[in-house]
Design a protein around this ligand. Sequence first.
Ligand SMILES: C[S@@+](CC[C@H](N)C(=O)[O-])C[C@H]1O[C@@H](n2cnc3c(N)ncnc32)[C@H](O)[C@@H]1O
Length: 313
Amino acid sequence: MPIATPAYALLDVGDARRLERFGEIVVDRPAPTAEGHVAVDPAAWLTADARFDRSDRGPVAHEGWTTRDGQPIEPWVLDEAGGRFELRLAPSGQVGVFPEQAALNKWIGRQASRLAKPAVRAGTAAKDVGREGGSFSGSAAVLNLFGYTGAATIAVARAGTPVTHLDASRPAVAWARQNAALNDLAEAPIRWISDDAAGFVERELRRGRHYAGIVLDPPSYGHSGSGRAWRLGADLPALLAACAELLADGPAFIALSAHTPGFGPERLGELLLEALEPVVGAGAIAAIEVDDQTLISEGGTRLHLGAMARWTR
Ligand SMILES: C[S@@+](CC[C@H](N)C(=O)[O-])C[C@H]1O[C@@H](n2cnc3c(N)ncnc32)[C@H](O)[C@@H]1O
């Protein structure tokens, strides 16, 4: 029985860079946390189809991207456990998925299944959620903030749980919507919103809305369409406190992840506890789990990429 080649692989790490295979495309990108690592397989780096440089070194075919044959690389589809995703060589150096988040997205999917109310049968179309006794807020609904291309949203929707996908970037929301369609979830109970995360949460609190599940994967820096700046260090504590207030009664969860230096698992865990304790009580600490988000290369090098903290009731 031939062993299926995993769709994603971290092929090698070295010289502050990472070499990854996403389906049929091999990309070579910067990885600050790979500083000090020595490449295990120098020949593998010659197989890169595209390379991203932050500086303007070399002939640029795709804003920061250089391709092996100088031709643009069209978007391609990655088929992996978490679903099907359209990948692109984005100007930011991102490609559209964070492989290090696969385990957390699986956990989010399990939590969403736990919330899924029989009332909202799997496959119920978005427009029918209300008529089916369901809702995009309340004790069986999830809010995904900084939702990017939708990996967590797809994990929730696959469980048949209504989910609100929010991102400040309209192109990111469109990309996520496309990914939902790629996973036959175009009719699933997903509400698509392009807005500022903090502003939206503040308004939901004023409207008296609640959510049973909240997912946050904020960038270090960002801004919304209305120009409101986002600085993780300064803004995350207040947003987490507001999210804790937004929690519905009964079964609930929060999943927080970040790729920001200085915000490792312990720090994210502390921030989550500080936000939850006033709302759910001192017992919150027992239900908080934290961990690094790392990937291991084919050569056995461990690459630290981010961190997560999660809580469940
Ligand atoms: C790329 S994702 C994942 C971030 C990941 N943790 C990192 O550090 O790379 C971050 C998403 O946040 C969105 N974003 C940035 N500022 C925002 C804001 N103020 N409100 C909502 N979404 C925002 C961006 O459009 C982007 O899609």
